[in-house]
Design a protein around this ligand. Structure first.
Ligand code: ASP
Length: 350
């Protein structure tokens, strides 16, 4: 009897000990991974001397707001896809960035928007190109992914699809801001297709100044990755021009086997270099880690071609990489249990 009791006590003690030590053991990997989120609002020639304190504060404020919107989703155990969308919705609505309202203008003075979304779990993806009436192109990309048999819809067909899906439509005029009209005027005068930047007087002399595309990448608590990107493209672009942002593998890619990437930069180079997919492929087949893969594509391969810009990326272990070959990139990131970081200039530590 007494030996049975002591056995029970021993067994109970062992149970209590294992129950007590359990959280410590499992807390480690969870703390190491958890969720991770990064966002960008474009890369390019962003100089301290050209960004007054008020404007800089406004950029940092919106980045913080967009990051928080995505973070809330992840904190509530939401999906990486939903977190990416939540962050991009904030950035699309901000006139500071080249996406949604405040996007750059085509040669004719209209707005044509591109966006894409990819889910790393099953490689499902959706994108729209050259849309002109959808208030939130990232929601149209989601609708294409989730509610159509297609990956990419373009132009009037994409606008009509979004309408059929009940998404909010607006007049093209609604997207246009005075700042963008002036920027187009300058680009027209210089007779040049200009990448997004209006801040500086000599912007018209430098086609590679600032790309205001927005994007987000996320890892959720379930271990799934997602990436999304949204843009107005380039100022004074030919109508019908499509950049890398809606091209899966160029501006956006996500695979749970490797990483999730959203790019910003001179789209023609990013398309030819298949930037987002190359980074994932270097990890998947080349054995590189995320930092090495991103560095190679952004600093070596793109630079060798003359392509400027940057990427944000996250891998299944929650490592975040923010890589650019330009003097700056509007960016922010956060991981579970850590405080958010926001940065603009390349030499800022995240
Ligand atoms: N990548 C975009 C495009 O070429 C531009 C940007 O990043 O702002 O359309």
């Amino acid at each position: 009897m007494s030996s049975l009791r002591s056995m029970l006590i021993l067994a109970f003690g062992a149970f209590v000990m294992s129950a007590c030590s359990q959280p410590e053991v499992s807390a480690e990997p969870e703390a190491a991974v958890g969720y991770a989120l990064a966002i960008h609002g474009g890369a390019g020639v962003i100089e301290r001397s050209e960004l007054d304190a008020r404007t800089e504060a406004a950029y940092r404020g919106i980045l913080a707001e967009a990051l928080q919107a995505g973070r809330q989703v992840l904190q509530a155990n939401g999906s990486a896809v939903d977190a990416v969308i939540a962050s991009i919705l904030v950035l699309e609505d901000s006139e500071l960035f080249n996406a949604g309202r405040g996007a750059v203008l085509t040669h004719e003075g209209r707005v044509e928007l591109d966006a894409s979304l990819m889910r790393g779990e099953d490689l499902d993806a959706g994108a729209v190109a050259g849309v002109s009436r959808i208030r939130h192109p990232i929601l149209a990309a989601q609708a294409v992914m989730e509610r159509s048999p297609h990956v990419l819809l373009a132009g009037a067909g994409a606008d009509a699809f979004a309408e059929g899906e009940g998404l909010e439509l607006v007049d093209n005029e609604w997207f246009i801001t005075e700042r963008r009209r002036e920027q187009l005027e300058r680009a027209r005068e210089a007779d040049r297709v200009e990448l997004d930047h209006t801040g500086s007087r000599d912007a018209a002399d430098d086609p590679d100044r600032y790309f205001g595309t927005v994007g987000a990448v996320a890892l959720d608590a379930a271990g799934n990755l997602a990436a999304g990107t949204s843009t107005g493209g380039m100022t004074n672009k030919r109508f019908g021009r499509v950049g890398d942002s809606p091209i899966i593998g160029a501006g956006t890619y996500a695979s749970n086997d490797a990483c999730a990437v959203s790019a910003t930069g001179h789209g023609e180079y990013f398309i030819r270099r298949t930037v987002a997919r190359d980074i994932c492929a270097l990890m998947q087949y080349g054995g590189l880690d995320l930092a090495a893969a991103a560095r190679r594509v952004v600093q070596d391969d793109l630079v060798a071609m003359g392509g400027s810009g940057g990427i944000i990326a996250v891998d299944p272990a929650g490592r975040i990489v923010l890589e650019m070959n330009t003097p700056g990139m509007y960016r922010a990131s956060v991981r579970s249990g850590e405080s958010p970081s926001i940065a603009i200039f390349a030499d800022e530590t995240e």
